[in-house]
Design a protein around this ligand. Sequence first.
Ligand code: SF4
Length: 266
Amino acid sequence: MDKERIKKLAQNPQFITGIYNYCDRWCERCPFTSRCLNFALGDEQFGDPESRDITNKLFWKKLAETFRVTLDLLKEAAEREGIDLNSLGTEELADQESSGEEAAENHECCRAAEIYGEMVDEWFDSASDLFGQGEDDLNLKVLLDIPNVNPIWEGAGLEEAVQVVRWYQHQIYVKLMRAIHGRLEEKSPIHDEFYSDSDGSAKVALIAIDRSIAAWGEIQNHYPLRDADILDVLVHLDRLRRRVEKVFPGARAFIRPGFDKVHLHS
Ligand code: SF4
């Protein structure tokens, strides 16, 4: 693409300034590709942008509903199993003495996010028999054994849930590293909680955690026999979610251009 074409595209008011600064880079699932300059400059194309954006909005809306149901079920399961969800499990994750670059890596949030990434790998390794040859080739026969289920629709739900878990598996850690690093670098004791970059990164991590919780809820529906180990993953993620909210109390209120507010150009 030549310079003139880039300049012309950048002046197009349909694009939301800076929308790509606080997104999850999952363009294929993004509800704003038609408003994103970064997407327009890239080579990726996934069909008609506007109809895809609508489909993606519906996808995330459905997942947000699953998130709420999963949290309710998690509370019930924790009560039944005697798990204290109010505990953040900080004993084993207490920050280690460190400074500079290492401080972010050793922060309890980043360490918990790293452990989550490992838990995901371990779970999928242990569940490989359920997934046939690979995650792209989900074993629908398993689903056919479940009564009153449309295997095609449910298979798509499971496949999408796995995609969500895998997309955010390491991104949660990366975003939290950026958030913690930024917070440690913020020298001024008085900073704007609502507009700091660290809050923005923490918000992206929180959304990734919420969506991962919902996706695990969906996976749990399909594999009730793996309830116990999925519960471990969910408890870990839920504690991470609340830990991040505690460290970044302004994160949820951070306004991401486009995603949280209609841009002036719209
Ligand atoms: S805002 Fe959407 S389209 Fe643009 S880079 Fe981020 S995920 Fe991709």
